[in-house]
Design a protein around this ligand. Structure first.
Ligand SMILES: [Zn+2]
Ligand SMILES: [Zn+2]
Length: 166
């Protein structure tokens, strides 16, 4: 209903009620009614909306995070909070702050493995990490280059060892 119509209607109802109560039309009550109707009709009402948006990491490598928007439609104020969930390539939906690595292979990862080769320390995703099982049973995380280097060395040592036994 149009706010003005509502005010008029409220005044009419109040005047009628006063008349029924035997008080006769009361200007004060009618003004009060008008003020109350005004407040009711024009006071901004706020709506709080919460939504989740599923996003992908943009080409600019920006990871969208929480955003807030405020806008007004008529007398209503809308407050929209948007939480982003990132769709990782072939993986689950994750919260943006759970992403810890942009791997060399292009993948965004929530889990990081660091190459254990002295002086390297490259961060790697689960697909890129190479795991070398040491003779002691200990597992070493390595990048592809240092995994290869470690294997070559190991093979060299083994070859030397073989020769030593002959
Ligand atoms: Zn990777
Ligand atoms: Zn490395």
């Amino acid at each position: 209903m149009d706010p003005l119509d509502k005010i008029c209607q409220t005044i009419r109802e109040l005047v009628a009620a006063d008349a029924r109560a035997g008080n006769g039309p009361s200007g004060f009550s009618a003004r009060q009614a008008a003020q109350s109707a005004m407040r009711d009709s024009f006071a901004p009402r706020q709506a709080y909306l919460k939504q989740i948006r599923i996003v992908e990491v943009g080409p600019d490598r920006r990871i969208p995070k929480h955003s807030e928007e405020f806008f007004r439609i008529g007398t209503r104020l809308y407050e929209v909070h948007t939480d982003a969930l990132v769709a990782l390539d072939g993986g689950p939906l994750v919260r943006p702050d759970a992403i810890r690595l942009h791997c060399r292979c292009g993948a965004w990862a929530t889990e990081v493995f660091f190459c254990g080769y002295v002086g390297c320390g490259l961060g790697l995703c689960r697909r890129c990490v190479r795991r070398l099982v040491m003779p002691s049973g200990q597992i070493e995380n390595l990048c592809a280059a240092h995994y290869q280097l470690a294997l070559d060395r190991y093979n060299t040592w083994e070859a030397m060892d073989q020769r030593g036994r002959v």
